[in-house]
Write a protein that binds this ligand. Structure first.
Ligand SMILES: [Zn+2]
Ligand SMILES: [Zn+2]
Length: 362
């Protein structure tokens, strides 16, 4: 009898697992964390890999809840791997809050923080070791693989180093390597873990906040990555990243931008995207006031509104916020993701969860 009960339990739990996941797609949820980053990858077998956890402080509970909602939609009940791209509060901030809501098994990062602050030091000295003590912890180097079921997952940059050699089928001279505009990079951005996902013929790159100088290391004089289909979360659309040497050589068909209402979407970055070879569409988390109507994509490609909408959207882009800028429009209410489902033949579908607008890329 006991044996029968055990067997029954196995059958029932197997049925539950298969009911949760019947797709043959790699699914990618770009979650709205108000100009921070949180991107959830779910493999066809239901393994999950999350890149970043949104904001610290007041935003942590909100952002963790939004990530859990995406995990629920994907039918996953734990996070198998979480990559923290770098030690900025809009990337690691929601991690402890998230870990209190859903089990996290494996914590991945670039190692030592090179931009100490009181809050980050406290997190790294106390909170983070307590979190990964319950699971596994890996410091990754460029070139290493991350075990993510059915999806070749490779670190292309970490701790300021990029892959030393071109990947297979890459390594052509990059015609977009014009002299680099000088960049005043924020130190931790340069350390970002950048990750390339290959699923059959489909390729997507998440560069974290990798800065222009590192983009050049990676892409000039030869392109060490090759062409991709989708560029996900390119430093919120800010211009210390997203050089033409990087974006144009990668040739993404689609870009999904993790911007805020007044963060990213700057005119020169939008121009870099729009003029890129093979570029088809830009999907984004928010309308950016820094794009204005002049540079924004149509609203169907934009996932989120703001709590109190203005009666008219400005046509001209606002300059990047300086010390006297008015506060950014608030969005703490219901939030929406952009979901991408990729198939092994290289085709994919992108959907805006706010309005149901969906487009197939064949
Ligand atoms: Zn939002
Ligand atoms: Zn960032």
């Amino acid at each position: 009898m006991r044996r029968f009960v055990c067997l029954l339990a196995v059958i029932v739990s197997a049925a539950v697992v298969s009911a949760q996941r019947t797709t043959k797609t790699l699914d990618i949820y770009v979650v709205d964390v108000e100009g921070g980053n949180a991107t959830l990858f779910v493999s066809p077998s239901g393994d999950s890999l999350l890149i970043d956890t949104g904001n610290a402080g007041m935003g942590a509970a909100r952002d963790a809840a939004r990530i859990v909602e995406a995990a629920k939609d994907a039918g996953v009940t734990q996070i198998d791997h979480v990559i923290t791209t770098h030690w900025h509060g809009d990337h690691y901030g929601g991690l402890a809050e998230l870990a209190s809501r859903i089990p996290i098994k494996h914590f991945i990062d670039h190692g030592r923080n090179i931009q100490p602050t009181e809050a980050t030091d406290a997190f790294l000295n106390k909170t983070y070791p307590e979190l990964y003590a319950k699971g596994a912890h890996t410091v990754v180097k460029a070139g290493e693989a991350i075990p993510f079921a059915g999806v070749d997952t490779r670190v292309i940059a970490s701790a300021g180093q990029v892959i030393a050699k071109p990947l297979a089928a890459a390594g052509k001279a990059n015609p977009f390597c014009t002299p680099m505009k000088p960049v005043e990079a924020i130190p931790e951005d340069t350390q970002s873990v950048g990750t390339l996902f290959t699923f059959g013929k489909f390729r997507a790159l998440h560069p974290g906040d990798l800065t222009r100088d590192k983009e050049y290391d990676l892409m000039c004089p030869v392109n060490r990555v090759g062409a991709i289909d989708v560029l996900v979360g390119p430093h919120h659309g800010q211009d210390t990243s997203n050089s033409e040497a990087f974006v144009h050589a990668l040739q993404p068909r689609v870009i999904v931008m993790n911007n805020g209402t007044r963060k990213g979407g700057w005119p020169d970055v939008m121009t870099s995207f729009y003029t890129s070879p093979r570029f088809e569409d830009l999907w984004q988390m928010h309308f950016s006031l820094l794009s204005g109507q002049e540079y924004t994509p149509p609203g169907v490609f934009i996932a989120n509104l703001v709590d109190d909408q203005d009666s008219a959207m400005p046509i001209a882009p606002l300059p990047a916020p300086g010390a006297n800028a008015p506060p950014a429009p608030v969005h703490n209410g219901r939030a929406y993701w952009v979901k991408l489902s990729a198939r092994e033949d290289g085709t994919f579908t992108v959907t805006n969860s706010r309005n149901g607008f969906s487009k197939n890329y064949r």
